[in-house]
Structures are given as C-alpha cells and as structure tokens.
Design a protein around this ligand. Structure first.
Ligand SMILES: [Zn+2]
Ligand SMILES: [Zn+2]
Length: 274
C-alpha cells in the first residue's frame, strides 16, 4: 500500500517566501514491520548479496559482521536518488554496537547491479554481540516523494528574519515551523538530513567539498510532536507506529553522506540525539 503525507497544514511558501530558494525533495521510506524478502526494498530486511563477496565486517570490532539496515531498488523510488551509472541497488549495513571513536554504529554503503549478483548468499553471518536497540526489525517500505524546507539547516540570517513570524504562527495556530513544516521525520533518502541538533555536514576527505546527504535513519517517524502533521493519510495518528524499533540515542538519528565527484563514492556518517 502506498503512503501519502498530507499537505503542509499551512502554505509555507506564501507565509515564508524566504525559504523557497532552499526547497528540496526527499523520499520518505515509511518502514512498517513486515516480512520483506531479499528481492524487496526494505529496512532491516535480507539483502541480495553475492555468495562470493565478503560480507562487511566492522573495522573496530575486528571480524564482527554488520547487519542489514536498508536495501533500495532503483525501480522502487522516485528518480531523485543518485544511483551511480550501471547500479540499481543501494545497500546499507552497520555494526550494531557502541564504538569508541565513531559514536553508536559504523555503517557501510554498497551500490551494485542487482542483475549481476549471480549465486546469492543464503545465510549471512551475524554479529556475536549487538545492541538490540541498533538492530532494525524487518520492515517493508513505502517510498514517497515529499517537499522539504530547511530546519536546522536554515541560514541564521533567514532564521533571524523569520523568527517573529514563526512564533506568531505557533501561538495563533499551533504549527511549529521546525516540527511541522520543514523536514520530514523518519527514515528517508536525499533531501535534508533529519538533524535533531545543529548540523554537522562532513567534507569529503578526497576533494574537500561538502558531501551530499544520502540517507537519514531515525529512531521513529512518528514522534509525539511531529506525527499529527506528518502521519500518512492511510494511517491513524492514534495507533502506535510499528516501525524498525530502533532506539538511536533516544529520538536521534544516523546520517549518511557521500561525495558524487570522487571515485568510488566515498561516504561518511554523522549521528545525533535529541
Ligand atoms: Zn563495530
Ligand atoms: Zn570528493
């Protein structure tokens, strides 16, 4: 079943035309607990992985296998996700343990061509130790394109110019710009990172340029404050959300970035908590 995020409850571009130049499109994944197979796009589902390719291992916990976090087929998402030429499958894994130097998890990104996999790895290795909060429950996904405006990424001078109008809207009508109007909650591709604190964009180690946002993985897409503005019309905002069940630093997130210019698509990650 597809998901449809309701329109923003007010006309953002009419009320705050200053944010219009910073509009972006993102792809909400709307993960819901289910039984995805290796053929499906999923969060926390089995990956289509070649039998003759090494499974990603954590560089810090030497030899400890990572777990699947996201698998996305190009045909399942709007044409916004920058798949490398010749690739039609995005796979993200991470080591589900606490890391001394890197924060909560250490992720790995793999782009590939699904048709080139050949013999599939039947049962991948699993980590001997894991934090249950960092292992996503298998979920099917319902990708949906939505419009976003910068939240924590809004330029300070524009924030200052708009602050009184933001406050007035909140007082008069109960809509908070950051929580209800700007960036979509939950796990999503491209668009703006779903920061819950000040932005911390990485620069590419190769070329020095600011990297592009690829994926935000958040604990939930239905927190108590944002859910009455962002809950898809197919769902009941009063029903408990059955998602991946991640607890990433309370209501925090993990953010993946990549450089589109350097060979091999180098990636980096950040995380925060609310
Ligand atoms: Zn590790
Ligand atoms: Zn680069």
């Amino acid at each position: 079943m597809t998901r449809h995020t309701p329109s923003r409850p007010v006309d953002v571009e009419k009320l705050f035309p200053e944010v219009l130049p910073f509009r972006r499109e993102s792809v909400r994944l709307h993960p819901c607990a289910g039984e995805p197979t290796y053929r499906d796009s999923s969060v926390g589902g089995p990956l289509l992985w070649p039998a003759d390719e090494e499974w990603p291992l954590c560089p810090e916990h030497e030899g400890s296998p990572m777990v699947p976090v996201v698998q996305i087929h190009r045909g399942d998402v709007p044409d916004l996700v920058p798949f490398p030429v010749g690739c039609d499958l995005l796979q993200v894994l991470w080591c589900p343990r606490t890391h001394r130097d890197h924060g909560w998890v250490v992720p790995h990104v793999r782009w590939r061509r699904a048709g080139a996999v050949g013999t599939r790895l039947g049962t991948p290795p699993g980590p001997a130790e894991q934090e249950a909060d960092y292992v996503p429950r298998p979920c099917v996904v319902h990708p949906e394109r939505v419009t976003e405006y910068p939240s924590w990424d809004l330029r300070e001078d524009i924030w200052d110019a708009l602050e009184d109008r933001f406050l007035a809207l909140d007082e008069e009508r109960g809509w908070d710009y950051q929580r209800h109007l700007s960036t979509a909650p939950g796990t999503k591709l491209v668009g703006y990172p779903g920061w819950s604190q000040d932005p911390d964009w990485p620069d590419c180690a190769g070329c020095g340029k600011r990297m592009e946002h690829l994926l935000t993985v958040r604990s939930t897409e239905a927190d108590a404050i944002s859910r009455h503005a962002w809950t898809p019309v197919e769902e009941d905002a009063g029903t408990p959300y059955q998602g991946p069940g991640l607890v990433l630093g309370d209501l925090g997130g993990v953010y993946l970035f990549e450089c589109h210019d350097c060979p091999g698509r180098p990636f980096a990650h950040r995380y925060d908590c609310s």
